[in-house]
Design a protein around this ligand. Structure first.
Ligand code: GRG
Length: 306
């Protein structure tokens, strides 16, 4: 039977959403739970669920699951690992959209969290999603593998903290309106976007019990994939598909953001996108496993329209 990446991504996203749905009580469940009578907690959970189920691609959790599957690990048992990545990603988007950051009214075609719930609730929803990510990760079942569990926590905290995603966001903010330079651009992309994608693959690998060599090749795959993902994001912003991203075309440029097309032009950016994708694919050649799914994901991201 032939492999259709779109079907694979749809099914995996569904699996992740079902797992995430169990993490936070729905409206009906809340009426009968320990949250009964606590209207404020109900509102907070509603706001967390609003952004969590607003229709993301779920690419980070899918990458983690695909890595586990590639290495012959237990995909079902890895679902909490996958969810922890999407929880962090969702929190970062809520905070990124706030007036103090990008001040965006729409994401994924829907009003942003603070537009619906107000700024204070949006800040708390982001904080609570971040905290929940580590709570969920601490509950991953890895009997007699405490060392690997600690490794998972370390990868996720490194990738999302000051030396990772938040560090990248900080550099992005500081670079606004300044003379653009390639080193700064690469730093921002590598950390703001790349680190969480890299963490997804590395966490999948550690969960599946990969050895050092396997982790090394998969890390190279993920780092190149992360860079390609952000170049494609920059290109989508200027090439007119931004409406499908739920924002206006040229939104990043309008924010004075440092992007690949603004620094290198469209042609060079496309070239760099193809090169980094090829480098991601080459890294997989060193693995003895069937890497079809990881390859198909890289190729899919190269041509994605949202
Ligand atoms: C504010 C703590 C904090 C961090 C902000 C990740 C980030 C750092 C900001 C998000 C804004 C942004 C456009 C980042 C670039 C990374 C990126 C392309 C995010 C969108 O990821 P997708 O395409 O989104 O996976 P979906 O909607 O599919 O989940």
């Amino acid at each position: 039977m032939s492999f259709v990446i779109e079907d694979y991504l749809k099914e995996a996203a569904c699996e992740v959403e079902q797992a995430m749905d169990k993490l936070l009580p729905s409206g009906k469940e809340r009426m009968f739970s320990r949250h009964a009578g606590l209207e404020s907690t109900g509102l907070l959970i509603e706001s967390m669920r609003y952004s969590l189920f607003a229709g993301g691609k779920r690419i980070r959790p899918i990458l983690a699951l695909a890595t586990v599957e590639t290495l012959g690990g237990n995909r079902q048992a890895a679902l909490p690992v996958a969810c922890s990545l999407e929880l962090i990603h969702t929190y970062s988007l809520i905070h990124d959209d706030l007036p103090a950051m990008d001040d965006d009214d729409f994401r994924r075609g829907k009003p942003t969290n603070h537009k619906v719930y107000g700024e204070a609730v949006a800040v708390l929803a982001g904080d609570a999603l971040l905290t929940l990510a580590f709570q969920v990760l601490s509950q991953v079942e890895m009997p007699q593998r405490e060392k690997e569990l600690l490794q998972l926590i370390r990868i996720l905290s490194d990738a999302s903290g000051y030396a990772g995603m938040i560090g990248g966001q900080m550099a992005d903010i500081q670079a606004e309106g300044k003379q653009p330079d390639p080193q700064t651009l690469e730093f921002i992309h590598r950390h703001k976007t790349g680190d969480l994608l890299r963490a997804a693959v590395q966490m999948g690998a550690v969960f599946a019990g990969a050895n050092e060599q396997e982790i090394l090749h998969l890390t190279l795959y993920a780092m190149n994939l992360g860079l390609a993902f952000q170049i494609q994001d920059d290109l989508l912003d200027v090439e007119g598909n931004a409406d499908q991203l739920g924002k206006s075309t040229g939104a990043d440029e309008a924010h004075g953001k440092l992007t690949y097309p603004s620094l290198f032009g469209l042609e060079e950016s496309h070239k760099k996108l193809n090169e980094t994708t090829q480098q991601a694919l080459s890294a997989l050649n060193h693995l003895p496993h069937d890497t079809t799914v990881l390859r198909e994901i890289a190729n899919y991201l190269l041509t994605r329209v949202n």
